[in-house]
Ligand binder design. Sequence first.
Ligand SMILES: *Cc1c(COP(=O)(O)O)cnc(C)c1O
Length: 398
Amino acid sequence: MTTKSFIPPQRILMGPGPSDVSNRVLLALARPTIGHLDPAFVGMMDEMKGLLQYAFQTKNELTMPVSAPGSAGMETCFVNLLEPGDKAIVCQNGVFGGRMKENVERCGATAVMVEDEWGKVVDPNKLEEALKANPDAKVVAFVHAETSTGAQSDAKTLVEIAHKYDCLTIVDAVTSLGGTPLLVDEWGIDAIYSGTQKCLSAPPGLSPVSFGERAAEAIKNRKTKVQSWFLDLSLVMAYWGGDGKRAYHHTAPINNLYGLHESLVMLEEEGLENAWQRHASHHQALRAGLEAMGINFVVAEADRLPQLNAVTIPEGADDAAVRSKLLGDYNLEIGAGLGALAGKVWRIGLMGSACNMKNIEFCLDSLDKVMTEMGAKINSGVAVDAAKSAFESYAKAS
Ligand SMILES: *Cc1c(COP(=O)(O)O)cnc(C)c1O
């Protein structure tokens, strides 16, 4: 009787996701709910497929959003491509590779791990050695953009090597899609999944996926049923598949799909290359500001993700206290370290709508104030100017 509506605070989201959702996308979510088989809705679904094909740079027919967050996209790839007794090579250089291993094992398959240090990229030579030692492997899986460390692996090279040994590839592009170059067809990726709440800046809860011909063929030739009813693509495609005949599988998250559609329209308006460029230029600005302050990056320069900046916590700064002051006093969220990096790093996201100079200046200024007050060892009062001039010189150079 006395419980009131929930009104969330207005935050600025500069963590590892979710990222800021623009008013344009929020308004799209509030449009009237219609039936999931309504011809108008089906028309929107067809557009959605084209928009996702653009974002992924693919002509794959089998391209659609799974009705659940990125983790469900991950699971969709594994449960459809693996059968009991199969072998998969999983490259791990952070948190998410570990989840891939879990997925492989829950399919009744064997995972051969190729491990690299957290903060480093996946080593193509180690992958090749593992493939030589395991000629019966069916799948190679890796994370393109490791959100737990901020490292970007060379997806094109890893896929090339996997194909040399006749393996299908599963690529995690949850954080890369829309933020950094990703060319599904040109690189020959067989199965890929992403999320909506990172560089696409739509609310969480959907996972765009795409499957190429070789993957589709492997799914068609399965000897066993996919162990998940909900994620079995042969059933899901009765709803998302082509030819206008849409059969009920589950009730699509209708309003959430309006939001994703709007964010993809915005991506198309901006242009994919421009979006990649925007993430790159703003990363240079944030980086200059943080470094001027005396804060160091975890990942080697050539391997850094522009949209996820993992930095070491300066001496004298209390990890949890800084983050909670930023949230409580400045309405600003940055990310904590995960797994092996917990307590050692912060993860500052520059994803989608959140990737702009206003946010960068605000973040640097707030960090400066909070840490100066705390007596942390930083150079105070220099970060914002350093960021601005780095941004200007980047713009001049390109
Ligand atoms: C966020 C993330 C996921 C999981 O996505 P959810 O939407 O949280 O399920 C998977 N992989 C990577 C690399 C991510 O950054």
